[in-house]
Design a protein around this ligand. Structure first.
Ligand code: MV4
Length: 506
């Protein structure tokens, strides 16, 4: 087993991996950019090294710098977390060249999945079901018209180098095909430097369900059940759960076996995720494979009782999986809320700043994977994910009840967060009935009646204003500073202002 691992990441996922290292008796090496000197992952690691300026290209994407720290610190392996270098085949290759074990799949497996058309060709050979369409780039508008007419509208144009929704275009009718193809091509060229575009039949109102897989370096490949990830906005997942409310044991076995076939076809090792689109009739189609540990891995951990990061490290160290498929079982229900530093009243725009007060929930059935602490300032340079709050229960209802209770306990002062969004989602009748698809959140956010204020909330606000008026007034009378925590700064309280506020509340 490794004695020391470098974590080439930041935030909650770096903390998550450091925890696994410590549980396994492994020393953890952190790297940090200029703005992350005081970040939580730096504090929790056994050693920490600066790697450059805030811009990710200078630090967390800087392959040379990170390998230099690995050499200097004597780390034998690197865990990339998610994002940053986690799916970069050149980095995986550079690790091999530097004699450091990359905790993840090989560069070859990443490359096999990197091009969507190449992945489709491989899956065609492996007999994996995918959405009807082409498995190579479109040569001409005539070809596009011919294929679209054969598979039927609506169709979807996708960039071969894309993924995660970038460079994708929905074409509802034939008259829009030509302009959409031109637009998709130029967007693909601009975003990926590769104008290859292919065509698929569009699935209307699909669910997004993904299967976790795990493969050791001795030919053993397992599936660990699915995650329902349909609640997303602008291709950003917001809430995930396991198991999917629509997947029964038989469908899980079929999806799992397909996912294992996908992984085997790519000679895949370590942890990976096979994404499926599921239509309203529960037909499922291979979409793409994510060659990393995912943000939402905790829901799988809670329902399987397995620690995915421990298993990743063991696999990378060359151990054989001690687990057989029949040992994997799903128990209970787990649900994850992604807590972002963003402003619900300003179209969920990022809201960096100093965390002035932090009251964190815990208690039965609650797991919190967090990268923040009170007094820390959220930098504006990275993804605004602050923490993940995960609820677990014996069934979906209990998981929702515990999560709702925990969200009520959560208070993050000084910055705006999307915590209130989850209270709305968890209270939604369609959500509770598990009527979900990838359009759910947009529909919920557009609904007017949902946005009307709760009369009780108005009373609570009035009471809070009253308390502020009295306490703020007292502070002003004593010539002290009153804390205006909502703006994250101190203000001199004005006796005049306080007097008029008290008047207004009479
Ligand atoms: C689709 C689709 C419908 N039909 N493909 C979006 C992300 C990218 N990885 C694939 N995506 C989609 N591909 C066909 N043939 C609908 C989506 C899609 C989607 C997929 C998963 C999760 C959320 C989504 C939101 C909008 C569209």
């Amino acid at each position: 087993m490794f004695k020391k691992i470098l974590i080439a990441n930041r935030g909650e996922i770096a903390v998550r991996v450091i925890r696994a290292c410590h549980e396994m008796g492994i020393a953890a090496v952190a790297v940090y950019s200029d703005v992350d000197r005081a970040a939580l992952h730096v504090r929790k690691a056994d050693e920490a090294y600066p790697i450059g300026a805030a811009a990710a290209a200078e630090s967390y994407l800087n392959i040379g710098k990170i390998l230099e720290v690995a050499r200097q610190s004597g780390a034998e392996a690197i865990h990339p977390g998610y994002g940053f270098l986690s799916e970069n085949a050149r980095f995986a290759e550079a690790c091999v060249d530097a004699g450091v074990k990359f905790i993840g799949p090989t560069a070859a497996a990443m490359n096999a999945m990197g091009s969507k058309t190449r992945a489709r060709q491989a899956m065609e050979r492996a007999g994996v079901p995918f959405v009807p369409g082409t498995s190579r780039g479109l040569e001409s508008i005539e070809e596009a018209e011919e294929v679209a007419a054969r598979i039927g509208y609506p169709v979807m144009l996708k960039a071969a180098a894309g993924g995660g929704g970038k460079g994708m275009r929905l074409v509802p009718t034939p008259d829009q095909l030509k302009s959409s193809l031109e637009a998709a091509r130029s967007e693909a060229e601009r975003s990926f430097g590769d104008s290859e575009v292919y065509i698929e039949k569009a699935i209307v109102n699909p669910r997004h369900i993904e299967m976790q897989i795990l493969a050791d370096e001795h030919g053993n490949t397992l599936y660990l059940g699915e995650r329902e990830c349909s609640l997303q906005r602008r291709h950003q997942k917001v809430l995930e759960e396991a198991p999917s409310p629509i997947v029964d044991a038989e469908m899980r076995r079929r999806m799992g076996e397909v996912a294992v076939r996908v992984a085997r076809a790519a000679n895949y090792t370590n942890a990976g995720t096979v994404e499926f689109l599921v239509d309203p009739q529960k037909n499922f189609y291979f979409l793409e494979m994510n060659t990393r540990l995912q943000v939402e891995h905790p829901v799988t951990e809670l329902v399987t009782g397995l620690d995915l990061v421990h298993l990743q490290i063991r696999i990378a160290a060359g151990e054989k999986l001690q687990l057989r498929q029949e040992d994997v079982s799903i128990r209970g229900h787990a649900m994850e809320c992604r807590i972002y530093a963003e402003d619900p009243d300003n179209n969920y725009f990022p809201s960096p700043g100093k965390i002035t007060l932090l009251l964190a929930p815990s208690g039965p059935g609650i797991r919190r994977d967090s990268g923040m602490y009170e007094g820390w300032s959220v930098p504006m340079d990275y993804d605004p994910l602050l923490a993940k709050l995960i609820g677990y229960g014996s069934d979906r209802e209990q998981a929702i009840a515990r999560l709702t209770r925990a969200l009520g306990e959560y208070f993050v002062g000084g910055i705006k967060t999307n915590i209130s969004l989850f209270r709305r989602i968890l209270a939604d009748a369609d959500f509770r009935a598990a009527n979900l698809d990838t359009g759910f959140l947009d529909r919920m956010l557009r609904r007017k009646d949902d946005q009307q204020v709760d009369p009780q909330a108005v009373q609570v606000a009035a009471i809070a204003a009253g308390i502020f008026a009295v306490l703020g007034g007292a502070a002003a009378a004593a010539g002290e500073r009153a804390n205006d925590t909502s703006a994250g700064k101190s203000v001199i309280a004005s006796n005049w202002k306080n007097a008029s506020r008290r008047e207004a509340l009479r």
